[in-house]
Each structure stands twice: as C-alpha cells, then as structure tokens.
Design a protein around this ligand. Structure first.
Ligand SMILES: C[S@@+](CC[C@H](N)C(=O)[O-])C[C@H]1O[C@@H](n2cnc3c(N)ncnc32)[C@H](O)[C@@H]1O
Length: 273
C-alpha cells in the first residue's frame, strides 16, 4: 500500500489540491478548444479532480494512477455521477507503456515530481497523443524540498522544476510550447509555492536523432548562385547549439543560410542524445 491509497479517502477535501486542479482546468479551457470528440487522459489522476473538471457528457476520459485507492475513489465518483464515459485504471508509468496514438489531450497535475525519469514520461505521452494533441502539465516550480516535509518527501523524485528547462525537454520531443507560466500559488509552511502549467501541442512525431557526422542539407538559392551543391554540418556543432536552447532554424540562420531549402529540417525535431 502506498501513501496515496490512504490519502485517497480524504483527497477531495484538501483545499490545496482542489484549488490547484480548478486553476489548471480553467487555464486549459481558456487556452485549448477542448472539443466534444476529444479523448482525454488524466495521468496520475488521483481522485479525478482534473478528469471530472474537464469532462462533459461527450468527452471520453481515462484516468490512470498507480494507487488502487485513488483509482477506486475515481470510479466511485464516476458511478455516483453516472458518467459512463469517464473511468480510471491502475497504471504505473515506470513499468508500463501507454496506448499508442490514442489521446487528443493528456493532462497531468502535481504528478511529474513523483516520476523519476521526466524524459521517459514525456516520450510516453508523445507516443500516446495523436499528432496535433495537447500535453498539459502542472507542477511545482523548483522548491527547497520543504513542500512535502509533512511526508518526509516520501515518493518525491524532484523538488519541482525549472519552467524553461522542462519546456526545452518538451520541445525536444516534438512539441510546440503554447504557454508556460505560473498559474497558482499554494500557501503552506508560511510561504507561497508557485505552481506552473505548461501547455504544449504535439506538432510532429517524426523525430530524428543526430549522431555521427556529417549532417547535410540541400542547397539554397544563394548557394546555388555560388555553385554549391550542399553543405555539411557537423553533428556535434548542431548538438552544442541545441543544448544552448537554440533551434535548428537558429543554427542555419546564424550561418547565413537564410532562405536555404531546409524545409525538411523544420518539419523534424532533433533529439539531443
Ligand atoms: C499529488 S497526487 C495528484 C493527484 C491528482 N492529479 C490531483 O491533482 O489531485 C500524485 C498522484 O500521482 C500518482 N503517481 C505517482 N507516481 C506514479 C506512477 N509512477 N505511475 C502512476 N501514478 C503515479 C499518485 O498515486 C497520486 O495519485
């Protein structure tokens, strides 16, 4: 039994969880046109504060959580509301994959800091979203380890996240960041803990990895005029730029290959290995 099984019993009476979820749902609805035919996943759903907040009579909503106590509470609520289109299942992201190309929107609220491998989580979400789908993550902004001091940080893998760093990880997986900002402050231990939300749209699944040497691209009109057929970019050179937060487009622009026929590169995203 993990601590969330016990916590499930009184989760919905925790003003802090309810307030964070409400702000998150309001923000999602403000930014995204959540269409009736959307299939939605609430990952680390708990009792479904996000799932029930987002659902209406039409949306199919799945909650996933590794705590059986949370899953049971979620399904009790769905039964009480007679929501046939909303259900939760037990699932541990550390051990299982998600269904492929299934969801239009994945939301996760205050769960990412419990998952050690952030990259793995984003990758599995990407695989599970349809192209054009949305990933909505809320969590703690980097904190000093006091947020969960009541629980001695039991099950806490990250003391929050740097918004820019997490946004970059998400972008590297093929998402466009639509919004990344603090949406709420949670007051406890006599201080505020800022909570961010990142809303990202999956623009492509055609990720390619850069390794080896060289990377070539086809010619620009300027290069053609200069009699050049193609240029080679050293993969390490591009990797260095990407790690500095630049895009492939920036790298080409800095090298004055503006207007080059590099459309293929814009369609792809590069994974930093
Ligand atoms: C702080 S609670 C948030 C619950 C809910 N999203 C909310 O906002 O009320 C974190 C949830 O993540 C779940 N969780 C933690 N690690 C998980 C994992 N590896 N796989 C699936 N669920 C996990 C916990 O069981 C818990 O319900």
């Amino acid at each position: 039994m993990n601590r969330f099984d016990e916590a499930a019993k009184s989760w919905d009476s925790k003003p802090s969880s309810v307030a964070i979820a409400k702000t998150s749902v309001d923000n999602i609805n403000e930014i995204i046109d959540v269409k009736d035919n959307f299939k939605i996943l609430d990952y680390g759903c708990g009792t479904g504060l996000i799932a029930f907040g987002l659902s209406n009579a039409h949306h199919e909503v799945v909650g996933m959580d590794y705590s059986i106590g949370m899953v049971e509470k979620f399904n009790e609520k769905a039964a009480q509301l007679n929501y046939k289109n909303v259900k939760a299942i037990q699932h541990n992201i550390n051990e299982e994959d998600l269904p492929k190309n299934e969801f239009d929107l994945i939301a996760t609220s205050m769960t990412l800091h419990h998952i050690l491998d952030t990259n793995m989580f984003i990758r599995k979400c990407k695989e599970s979203l349809k192209v054009g789908g949305y990933l909505c993550i809320n969590d703690l902004v980097t904190e000093d380890g006091t947020f969960h001091k009541k629980h001695n940080n039991d099950g806490v893998e990250h003391f929050g996240f740097d918004i820019a760093e997490l946004s970059q990880i998400i972008e590297n997986h093929g998402f466009d960041i639509i919004e990344a900002r603090v949406i709420h402050n949670d007051f406890r231990n006599d201080r505020d803990y800022p909570i961010f939300q990142i809303i990202a749209k999956l623009t492509t699944k055609n990720l390619i990895a850069i390794f080896g040497n060289p990377v070539a691209h086809s010619k620009s009109p300027q290069m053609q005029n200069a009699g050049l057929k193609h240029i080679n970019f050293d993969a390490k050179y591009i990797k260095h730029h990407l790690e500095n937060g630049e895009t492939i487009k920036d790298v080409f622009n800095q090298n004055e290959y503006i207007g080059a026929n590099i459309i293929r590169y814009f369609e792809f995203n590069f994974v930093i290995l």
